[in-house]
Write a protein that binds this ligand. Sequence first.
Ligand SMILES: [Zn+2]
Length: 206
Amino acid sequence: MHPSTRLSFDDGPGPSTPALLDVLRASACQALFFVLGSNLAQAMDVATRAVREGHVLGNHTYSHARPGAVSDAVLSDEIERTDALIREAYRLAGVPEPASIPLRLPYGLEPQDVRSDVLTRLKRSHTGWTAILDDWCRPPPSPHALAESMRRHIADRMALGLDVLFCLHDGSRFAEARPATVEAVRLLLSDPGWQTGPLANGRGAG
Ligand SMILES: [Zn+2]
């Protein structure tokens, strides 16, 4: 088995998500979208399109609260509200929902994270990443710089026979557009070798 390379996008859906879906569709690349419930509630059409095009929706909580900023009860409720919206997106798309909805907490799961108890109680595992891109910064790096960071990370991991899971951002709590992210992904997927290689169909086909 060759190592796999996957893309994941947090904090959407946002204004750039449709353009990102166009780019992914052009390269037959399927990704994971860790959506915010608050954004999803406003963008069911975008989420149903993502599901129809073979992408997987993950839960990134409802409001993107910082670790410890909300009680366990509120966090638990946020996760369940967002799950319900995700299930609704699959239902509207006419696509069977996966056996379990992936979950990624805002800011990632830290060692001794105060939110671990909630995950245990909800019997949920956490999906991390192998590289998080600084495409969320204001301003973000250039698309070329972002694509170059991704190429380097892929090469480093492939050399060790290890899988890759990128964490990028297709939105934000503040409904920011992410044109640099969309263009960086387009550049990466346009690389010769990637079109039929590790990113095709979101799994290690190469
Ligand atoms: Zn986030």
